[in-house]
Design a protein around this ligand. Structure first.
Ligand code: BGC
Length: 468
């Protein structure tokens, strides 16, 4: 499986210099008045303060201390120190012109072991953050789970233990009751495929468990929690707008050879269909990848029905498209990615292909599902090698990336795809998981020593693009 997940941990670069100077052929108005413009973040990547005010450890705290797991031996115990800078950082959201802000709740700040007594200091922190957003007229979006499982739950088996259905339900209920009076936009899970694939199968992410035997039970428990979380928010939050965020990449077969075509179908099942189809009542996509049929072993009576949830929107998180071919060297999936750097295409600093067409194609693919009401592009962005020059970062490649992808989204929208919002990834440079601080995705540059922030040219471009 490892090769298949490589795209999550490798590459990035650029384009079209003229367009960065403002020569683009669309405006904010073309997306319509009801289109949401926001910027996304995740608790573990920005907050720091990992042992402040009763926060318990999460799987990433432990994983980052293991030798060789994170590039340069980095860890997130301070990171952007958003915990102490949240007010000025939210003011930056406004300066960049965004009116919506997506953040996630750190489960172990609310429940230090993952269950049990509520940590009121954790609730108080998110209340202050939400109130700050509202005071600036910024619409808050909560992600309930962005990969930072409390270590206390991992010690009991984590996502492999079916008890997580109860743990997650209680945690979601606490959040709904604490924040639902002011927060209406909710994302239940962030990219569950990364948790199952990288966290429990290849071990490249926390908790670092490496076994193909983990994959199916973990997938099933995540898919169940996706629906359970949706139900909890629906029951407890009046007028909620509920979605879940899926990593997705349009998959091309490397050739017309039937073996490659089938490999592409398997990759598509894993990367794009695995979590959305159960929610839509279509079950797991075993038609394209028979291995997924074994998931039945982990399903209890009634689960097929419980997997279904009528989401108000599906969050699409797209960074790149992929090309795959059949491989005898990758047991179970029998496929491998043809890396972008071998295909002579533009790439970012992560080695990921820059492809607005890929965004367009995946939007069209998701739009074809009858049961999807609305689509939000809940993450999209790029890492590049940024250089500070005086008090500026001239990241024309990133600006160009955003312009290309926005253009593709607009094209899909004009053809009838019901895409209703865009959340850029990400507000500021942060702890990029296994890449540590080596990969910078921010619209704002962060000097991690001094905690100084510098708005990059891409951030300035957004602020002029989004100006009313
Ligand atoms: C994740 C983010 C991550 C970004 C860039 C997404 O998969 O949700 O947490 O930083 O991609 O790798």
């Amino acid at each position: 499986m490892e090769g298949f997940f490589l795209q999550y941990v490798t590459n990035f670069p650029a384009f079209n210099v003229e367009s960065v100077t403002g020569d683009i052929h669309f405006s904010k108005e073309d997306f319509g008045d009801d289109f949401s413009w926001g910027v996304a973040t995740a608790a573990y990547q920005i907050e720091g303060a990992v042992d402040k005010d009763g926060r318990g450890p999460c799987v990433w705290d432990k994983f980052a201390r293991l030798k060789g797991k994170i590039k340069n031996g980095d860890n997130a115990s301070i990171s952007c120190d958003f915990y102490h800078h949240y007010e000025s950082d939210i003011e930056l959201v406004r300066t960049l012109g965004f009116k919506e802000f997506r953040f996630s709740i750190s489960w172990s700040r609310i429940l230090s072991q993952g269950f049990g007594e509520v940590n009121e200091a954790g609730i108080a922190f998110y209340n202050k953050l939400i109130d700050k957003c509202l005071s600036l007229d910024i619409v808050p979006w909560i992600t309930l789970y962005h990969w930072d499982l409390p270590q206390g739950l991992e010690d009991l088996g984590g996502w492999k233990n079916r008890k997580i259905l109860e743990w997650f339900e209680s945690y979601a209920t606490i959040c709904a009751k604490a924040f639902g009076d002011r927060v209406k936009k909710w994302i239940i899970l962030n990219e569950p495929m990364a948790v199952a694939g990288l966290g429990y199968t290849t071990g490249l992410h926390a908790p670092g468990r490496k076994s193909i035997g983990n994959f199916l039970p973990v997938v099933h428990h995540l898919a169940m929690c996706q629906a359970i979380g949706g139900e909890v928010i629906r029951r407890n939050v009046a007028d909620a707008y509920i979605g879940t965020a899926i990593s997705c990449s349009y998959v091309h077969a490397a050739s017309a050879d039937l073996k490659d075509v089938r490999a592409a179908k398997r990759a598509d099942a894993l990367m794009n269909r695995l979590f959305v189809e159960p929610a839509l009542g279509l079950g797991y996509p075993a038609d394209a990848f028979s291995f997924l049929g074994n998931i039945k072993k982990y399903m209890h009576a009634g689960d097929a029905e419980r997997l279904r949830f009528d989401f108000d929107f599906i969050g699409i998180q797209n960074y790149f498209s992929v090309v795959v071919k059949h491989s005898y060297l990758a047991p179970v999936v029998w496929l491998k990615e043809v890396p972008a750097k071998l295909r002579n295409v533009p790439i970012t600093a992560m080695g990921w292909e820059v492809s607005g067409d890929g965004m367009y194609d995946i939007l069209k693919q998701f739009d074809a599902y009858e049961g999807i009401r609305e689509i939000i592009v809940s993450e999209n962005g790029a890492a590049y090698q940024d250089n500070v020059e005086g008090n500026a970062v001239h990241d024309f490649e990133r600006t160009s990336f955003y312009q290309e992808y926005l253009n593709a989204i607009l094209k899909a929208k004009n053809e009838g795809v019901n895409v209703k919002g865009y959340l850029a990834w990400t507000l500021m440079d942060n702890f990029e998981w296994a890449e540590g601080y080596a990969a910078r995705f921010g619209l704002v540059y962060v000097d991690f020593q001094s905690q100084k922030r510098i708005i990059k040219d891409s951030g300035k471009w957004f602020s002029s693009f989004l100006k009313d």
